[in-house]
Design a protein around this ligand. Sequence first.
Ligand code: C2E
Ligand code: MG
Ligand code: MG
Length: 725
Amino acid sequence: MSAKASAKSSVAQLDVAQPIQLSELDARTLALLQESEGRFRRLFEEIPNIPVQGYDHHRRVIFWNHASESLYGYTAEEVLGQLIEDIIIPDSLRDQMVPLIDSWIAGGATIPSGEIQLRHKDGSLVPVFSSHVVLNNTQGQPEMYCVDLDLRDRQKAEQALRASEEKYRGIFEKITQGLFQIDATGRYISANPFLVNLLGYESADILKARLTQPQQLYVDKERYKELQIQLNTQGAVRDFESQIYRQDGSTLWVRETQTAVRDSHGDLLYYEGRLEDVTLRRQAEERLRYDAIYDKLTGLYNRAYLTEKLAQILVAETRSEQDESWAVLFVDLDRFKVINDSLGHIVGDQVLCAVAQRFQGVLRLHDVLARFGGDEFVLLLRGVNKQQDAVQVATRLLASLQKPVSVGDQTFSVKTSVGIAFGKPGYQEATEVLRDADLAMYQAKAQGGSCYRFFEQDMHPRALERLQLEHELKFALEHHQLQLVYQPIMDLATGQVGGFEALLRWQHPERGWISPTTFIPIAEETGLIQPLSWWVFQAAINQLQAWRSQLPQAEKLTMNVNLSAMQLKQENLVSYLAGMLQAAKLPGDRLKLEVTETSFLEASEFNIQIFQELKQLGVGLCIDDFGTGYSSLSRLHQLPLDVLKIDRSFVDGVEHDARKQAIAQSIVMLAHGLGAKVVAEGIETLEQQQILQQLSCEFGQGYWFSRPLTPEQVDSLLNQHGFAA
Ligand code: C2E
Ligand code: MG
Ligand code: MG
């Protein structure tokens, strides 16, 4: 032992009252005893980690080893002779402990061992496991020795364990994933609140009580068997997806991972796992799979699926794997666009669904019916050995629409045209077959619709071109290849611009400008005229409004828009126009509609009412190309006319042709008689202008004044010359 250590030594002084005379033997024995006692004393002083303290019968410290120093913070010198209650007994225990200790020392009570918190020099409490022993000293007086084992480390470990348990319990309780433990028979041992809730139970206990048979959870029992096999053979399953039942019988798609938890001998204790709800993802996947082959609206197959099926047949044929005959029926509803545009898409969609249902009723076992988009359906017939088989199906398709279709409380008479392409050796691509069937369908439409036609090789090439143009026009409308130009209408008396006529232009990327006289009839036949005309109205009204807001003088300008005869059949024309005018804040009398003489001739009572309603909006009415039709004068009287436009054919050459002059004159007189004004179309020379002026024609339009102009050209015309051209 070092000098320093021995100085710090915690040796209690033995109280030897009187010297005793010893024999030599006794003296040797005593010396040996003293040596032995010294050894033990040093052992207790030095032994690490075992704090030992000794107290005399007055509870004064007589022994205090090194380990006690580090346990309680006091050195032996500091405590020797001090009362136990002044050093390590906390104040709160003092009154209780002092008599107890006295009774232990007096030998009057058994001394319990146990955990207790004693006081450190710095005032903190030290948890110890305290054991005591009472021994009599050489004077026969009792002394108490205590061994206090430090429990601070154990307490720290316990606290850490508790904290980590709490943390994991918190995760278990709050995590948005199902966590569970199940025993070897598949019964639930525990389930976290998320899982309990996911499965629709009120509590974990109820879940445990009800779910006694694990397979009852799984919709597909075979799938449950697979799970079991994997668990048994591999001790775990990872991301296993299956459909399970909730308590209320509804189903969920879940993904679960389970692992076996074993004891140190490798015996299974339980399985623990997690479970996630993947229903939304599954539904999205199913939706994607569905959308890939089905048409969302009608539930029929879609274009991609049918085209693929057709392509497969063609491939099988070229490999001579199949010699079954087949046919493709291209089905397009007649004038469906009128329903769609006038009553809205919702009604249009309902009609399409109703039609799809009727068609489905006609199908044979292996037929494939698809909606190709819009109002087009395609039917692939297999096992048709003669044309007559295809004819039968086509006839049944047409007949299926004989009764009107009801949507809500409205009924619609829907008709359809069918084009049939019969399978033949030359076909390579599905698109060729579809094109031929489409062409045949177009022929059926050209014959008035509501019938079928077979594709024939010599079908007129013009039909093909028209068909092409129809597709391209659709595209042009959607891709803004159409635009309006504006031709000034001059006031012949003042030489000023009175207004403009909006004329439609199609700038085709390959064919260049296409005249409206070419594409308007196609638009009329296909129903495209409807969206096209709305677009024209909107563009023309917006343009006039733009000029009006730029120039105060522009307030007087009027805008003439050409109206197709078909639009007069449209019920909501007036309200639609009224809405547009209102939205643009344009007074109705700034707009004039030009309708050809022939459309007027065809006007029914219903049309006349439309004209009157338009009149009420203030919108002006012009008869275009007057003189080319055969107007009945009595009819003209019925119509609220504002302007007659003398057709260009009477103006062209009017300076040399007395007959034309006479006709022009009578048209002017007729118009004035009806209270209408006159516009002469196609004035190309000064002479023509002068003649028509002499004939009291108020307005003129033609290349002599100006060709139709782009909006930018009109801008500079108005800015440079005011309103006189
Ligand atoms: P329209 O309504 O009679 O229009 C007058 C046509 O005569 C225009 O032909 C115009 O460019 C042309 N023109 C004007 N001044 C002269 C001239 O001095 N000499 C000659 N040779 N021609 C002249 P465009 O633009 O080709 O239109 C042709 C027809 O297409 C129009 O005849 C109209 O019936 C129809 N159209 C044009 N735009 C539309 C439209 O937006 N909707 C409808 N439904 N039809 C339209
Ligand atoms: Mg016109
Ligand atoms: Mg005209």
